[in-house]
Design a protein around this ligand. Structure first.
Ligand code: UFG
Length: 320
């Protein structure tokens, strides 16, 4: 089958492209390269902004069996200081894509959503029917985009909304990895600190968690890629879609992640205790049961695998 990956030059999108090709599918990428990398795109690149509805329609009219939509601004902290930009790109971009898909008669979508739609959900594993109470503008834009997609079901759209927990790691063969120009994520920053001897800032030591630091469910990017491929294949086979959590079901605190990063890199990581970062919920851990039921998906890689692959990529990245 032939798929168009919106935002396919970014971190999760590029790994999904690689995985789809390995499964025998054809991939084209539409990306404005504002955060992605040309070298990461796994197929012909349409260098466009998803908000350009007419141009996206023309690309879709070439004929695709489905669309994956990754293009979004995705930094929790930044979303609190630039909320309108987040609404413009994340919600405006999704509306533009849905209009283009309707015009082009394309009815299958896999959407990159986020655990951020749940907000502060307590420390129990989060199911898809847990309350949706996002605590930052990023999460609110993802929830609004999900609602747009649900409403578009009345006009024939079939879609999976995949709620990622914390994407982590790199391609096991070292061909792709996380390469944000402005890095804010814990694992790459911890590995950078291990490599250059700098200090890692730990945001918050007084959360209601076992060691006081935030707990997250780190899911390997290759596991995410496999879930996307299964979701598109299920839509093509007639599945109606829905919302699915993608996580491992196990949480790790910031301090635990640092211990894994030290073990993998073999270097001590200096840490500096800082105030809480705005918009961070204390704990986000998935119940991945529904994804297992609907797609036969569960994570195969561990946090240690993700950190090991990220360390190999960090040591020899292929694009700037
Ligand atoms: N953290 C630090 N120091 C750092 C960086 C991060 O202590 O230098 C902490 C954060 O405060 C947080 C945890 O490490 O508690 C993870 O932070 P990340 O920035 O790596 O990831 P987030 O949990 O903020 O966000 C990520 C994605 C979002 C997604 C969310 C869902 O970026 O898109 O996971 O869990 F919504």
């Amino acid at each position: 089958m032939r798929f168009l990956l919106i935002g396919g030059a970014g971190y999760v999108g590029s790994h999904c492209g690689r995985h789809l090709i390995a499964r025998g599918h054809q991939v084209e990428v539409l990306d404005d390269l504002s955060t992605g990398h040309r070298a990461a795109a796994q197929g012909p690149l349409h260098h466009l902004d998803v908000r350009d509805t007419d141009a996206v329609t023309r690309v879709l009219q070439r004929g695709f069996d489905g669309v994956m939509h990754f293009a979004a601004l995705a930094l929790v902290g930044e979303s609190s200081t630039q909320p309108l930009r987040y609404w413009d790109v994340n919600v405006g971009g999704t509306l533009s894509l849905l209009l283009a898909m309707r015009r082009a008669g394309c009815e299958r979508l896999v959407f990159s959503s986020s655990a951020a739609v749940y907000g502060d959900a307590g420390d129990a594993p989060i199911t898809e029917s847990s309350a949706l109470r996002p605590v930052n503008p990023y999460g609110r834009t993802k929830l609004a985009a999900e609602q747009l997609i649900e409403d578009a079901g009345a006009e024939g759209l079939r879609a999976f909304r995949l709620r990622y927990f914390n994407a982590a790691g790199a391609a096991p063969d070292g061909s792709l990895g996380e390469a944000h120009r402005h890095e804010t994520h814990l694992i790459p920053l911890a590995l950078r600190a291990a490599a250059d001897g700098g200090a890692l800032r730990v945001f918050g030591a007084d959360y209601p968690t076992p060691d006081g630091s935030c707990v997250r469910d780190y899911v390997h990017v290759d596991d995410l890629a496999r879930a996307h491929a299964l979701a598109l294949e299920a839509l093509a086979a007639g599945h109606r879609g829905g919302a699915l959590n993608l996580g491992t079901g196990a949480g790790a605190s910031v301090l635990e992640v640092l211990r894994v990063a030290e073990a993998v890199s073999g270097a001590p990581i200096a840490r500096r205790s800082e105030a809480r970062r705005e918009g961070d919920p204390p704990s986000l851990v998935a119940s991945p049961a529904r994804a297992a039921l609907e797609l036969g998906w569960s994570a195969r890689y561990t946090l240690e695998d993700a950190v090991r692959h990220a360390w190999a990529w960090h040591s020899a990245p292929r694009f700037p």
